[in-house]
Design a binder for this molecule. Structure first.
Ligand code: SF4
Ligand code: SF4
Length: 379
């Protein structure tokens, strides 16, 4: 196993993600305790020491089942991470009850890593209004009391939201969990977040290294291009090596669904084979093409925005449209971002006046695209 230093401890470069555990009878709220125990034993025996769960995973049962599996091992043999469910704004103000329940569920007296889960457009104002909600100061106090060893946050939001949070709390945060893979390097501006986090000295925990399974196979053309650089390497191997060789990454989470998958991941993370700059560039080129294969080629130049009588944030809406198209199922990012906007700023507000498209250098049919997006999102 490869290890990375983080504040004097050695973290396994592969993290055990407990958001897609094997379940009983196809019921997502029933993670299988026997299979999970077997997988946890294998992971620990092969050097994995970072385990990631959250309040909401598997309908609240991930913390419980993972905690029970880990409780069979010495507490000092693993680092356990969980998260405050701020993605549901009704949880603001309930932080103490939630945190106490999480410790009970996971059978621990402290979390080694604790995150404010999914800082985004929907909840940023509540995180920043600490005088009213007290969420961040509560978790800082828990860290001071030793019930949290390392405090951080995860982010799916746009770069501006990320910056607002960092401007307020960056000095108190130790790590950040971001969606990072060779497709999102450019597409979700992961490279900007990585550069900024490195500059501020925060460790980076990677989520979605395979983009929810979208990066597990190559087309014939992609395979040919990559075989010329490193013959025979699997698509999963390429994707993991990409994040492994990104500066500042302390661990990469893989949502463990089976023992076979865990074994494959452990094998990849047993050898430190960082990609060369040429290999990274080749993957980023493929990622860029994948991200833009569907959707519209908006470059966010903003020429159009001053022409919109409704002052719609057209590039942002098109970015979300592309995001929605880039995943075949299970995408929540666009829905979440749209829900945080007033109705008059959503795609359905467009009156199809056409003022924007005449100035678009990419000749995007903006009104039709927004209409399609509104329909797609059931607006
Ligand atoms: S077509 Fe829609 S997005 Fe474009 S300027 Fe008119 S209202 Fe705004
Ligand atoms: S003018 Fe076209 S390319 Fe530029 S931001 Fe607007 S839609 Fe995107």
């Amino acid at each position: 196993m490869i290890y990375n230093d983080f504040h004097g401890i050695k973290l396994s470069a592969l993290g055990f993600g407990a958001m897609r555990l094997p379940v009983i009878d196809g019921d997502d709220t029933r993670p299988d305790p026997d299979q999970v125990a077997q997988m946890v034993d294998y992971a620990l025996a092969h050097g994995v020491n970072y385990f990631d769960t959250a309040w909401g995973y598997h309908g609240g049962h991930s913390e419980e089942v993972l905690g029970a599996a880990l409780a069979r091992h010495p507490r000092a043999s693993f680092y356990l991470a969980s998260k405050f469910p701020g993605y549901d704004v009704s949880n603001f103000g309930k932080h103490e009850a939630i945190f106490e329940e999480q410790l009970k569920r996971a059978q621990v007296d402290h979390f080694d890593f604790y995150l404010l889960h999914n800082v985004c457009e929907l909840n940023i104002d509540r995180y920043l209004d600490d005088a009213t909600f007290g969420t961040v100061s509560y978790f800082l106090a828990q860290r001071a009391a030793g019930r949290i060893k390392h405090l951080g946050f995860s982010v799916h939001g746009n770069f501006d939201t990320f910056l607002r949070f960092m401007n307020a709390y960056g000095d108190q945060m130790e790590f950040c969990q971001v969606q990072l893979n060779y497709e999102d390097w450019d597409f979700q501006k992961a490279k900007d977040k990585v550069a900024y986090l490195n500059e501020r000295g925060l460790g980076i925990v990677v989520m979605e290294p395979l983009r929810g399974g979208n990066l597990v196979k190559f087309t014939d053309d992609e395979r040919r291009a990559l075989d010329a650089l490193h013959p025979g390497r699997s698509a999963v191997d390429w994707a993991f090596r990409y994040v492994q060789s990104t500066p500042g990454v302390i661990t990469t989470l893989s949502g463990m669904s089976s023992l076979d998958q865990l074994k494959e991941n452990v094998e990849i993370f047993s050898n430190d084979e960082p990609l060369s700059p040429e290999e990274r560039a080749a993957l980023e080129k493929i990622g860029y093409a994948k991200a833009h294969a569907k959707g519209v080629p908006c470059t966010a130049c903003h020429y159009c925005t001053s022409h919109c009588p409704l002052e719609l944030d057209i590039p942002r809406l098109l970015e979300l449209y592309n995001e929605q198209l880039s995943k075949e199922s299970g995408n929540f990012i666009a829905a979440m971002a749209l829900n945080s906007m007033p109705e008059g700023k959503r795609p359905s507000a467009c009156i199809a006046c056409g003022s924007c498209e005449v100035v678009c250098p990419q000749q995007i049919d903006i009104p039709d695209t927004l209409a399609e997006f509104a329909e797609m999102m059931g607006e």
